[in-house]
Ligand binder design. Sequence first.
Ligand code: AMP
Length: 593
Amino acid sequence: MLPWTSYEAMSAAARLQPESFWLEAAQRITWKQPPATACRTRPDGWHDWFAGATLNTCHNAVDRHVESGRVGQAALVWHSCATQEQQTITYGVLQGRVAGFAGGLRALGVEKGDRVLISMPTMIETAIAMLACARLGAVHVVVFAGYAGPELAQRIDDVTPKVIITASCSFQGRTAISSIPALEQALTAASHAPLACIVLQRAACMAKLLPGRDYDFHTLELASPAAPVSVKAEDPLYILHTSGTTGKAKGIVRDNGGHAVALALSMELVYGCQPGDTFFTTSDLGWVVGHSYGIYAPLISGCTSIIVEGAVSTSALHQLCLEHSVACLFTTPTQMRLMRQESRHAPSIIWPTLARIFVAGEYADPTLLDWARAFFAKPVVNHWWQTETGWSITAHFFGLSAPEPSSLKNEIGRPAPGFHLSIASAVPGEPCGEIMMALPLPPGCLAGLWRDHAIRAPELYLDATRHYYRSFDEGMIGTDQAVRMLGRSDDVIKVSGRRISGIQIEKIIATHPAVHSCAVVAVADPLRGQRPVAYVVAEAGLSDPPAVEDIIMAVNKTLGRWTGLRDIHFVESLPTTKSGKITRKSLANARGS
Ligand code: AMP
């Protein structure tokens, strides 16, 4: 039970007495050594949460629920939209499989602090691999399975994993694509060599295992079970790469203690969920929402989590909601647009168990949200997120008994506890500008960047005063604290809610010998929200200008096909500022994004 009934009371408690607010929130977690302090400032200006405390995140997500009587409750339900397979795993079975797989990882030499790279589609085994790492205190690095070899190689060299875990194939629609060529390409390109690769064999496309390097996933699960290893609250649980502001993906580091506390509180406060409820997240586990709300938050809270491989149809989503009495659905505007399209000529559907629906990840048109409210006949709310924050920055709070004002319905909500927002406007007095967050950021937010986190996190994310985190999102804040989002101030493009930096794509196009310069900007896409468009200046005096297909192929080979780049425009020159910087915004505005 939450101690506050209204947003104002909750927000004031977090603002005025942050130590006691977060120490109280920390009671939702089972600690080996409970925290005595909440927030501690580090010499680099960043913050550690619950320093001095120890815990194991896997124990909190799995074992403690088995111990408290949830052994037979479904922990995870998995549905593959590609193969139509479905699987349910109870907390009891999950505990056995995670402990066994952790034992298998340990037998291969994985210990506390080691990195394990997981490149798998959304599957029960992906969750098992993540939880097994957490059990050992090892750091998982999940890479979206749609990435091609070069991006995988970059991440291998960034985190130097001891072990890589993959599935023999993933799916594009219903077509099985072997994962092995991308893995081989990445291993050849990377300077770092892992000790071993673990392969989950899938019937649609089995892999030939290389003796001495490759191990079978299910065979490793048969190892003697490993017990949870206690780690410090500030030790890393995972690294998740994301794009923007640099041409290379950045490894966001998430801690164990602050992460567990923030997610446990959010399940109650934001989503209004109680232990035993069923929570459905349509996000791929390779992205932050999949990490936080596909796996950790629902499991830490003793809920049942539904995860899906691929794009889920309205009928499959409806069936899953009925069969598993889903209370909360967390999805993207892209999924809503798909459903709107599918439902045009279909009879209306009743969603008896669904209590509320949440969307995030990209701009949601108010007319889309209104359509969704009519379609589900349930509250549908929008909230604001970043990979960096790990949970919602602004939200609507269904755990509070006082109803939210209806005027908020089309906005992204009000700040979650611990997020102190302000606007940095270019013109004094202007209400719109970049949304800034005063330090410290609340628990659950990035603990730093991998490798040089003490140096680069403040450099990349803090403003000149070093007191504010820059969100790179622009918006405005109303007198009632309701936030409105206007869009990114940097080069980030959201394709179906998935994040890619335009500069990352530009760097690939620029390697083409016939390309002189280029700029990639986002344009509106009716289904996927946004997609990238490239403007290319060809090298002068060439008899053969670069071919559109070659440019697209180079991008697909490096990043994968999911970025959806198909429009390449050849131009004489690119618009620049007086100092020669390309003004991407003017290109995007000209296209009406
Ligand atoms: P990611 O790190 O992939 O979660 O992407 C974070 C970015 O997605 C944010 O910085 C925003 O630009 C965008 N975003 C997230 N949630 C919303 C939302 N509710 N409305 C508009 N944009 C959003």
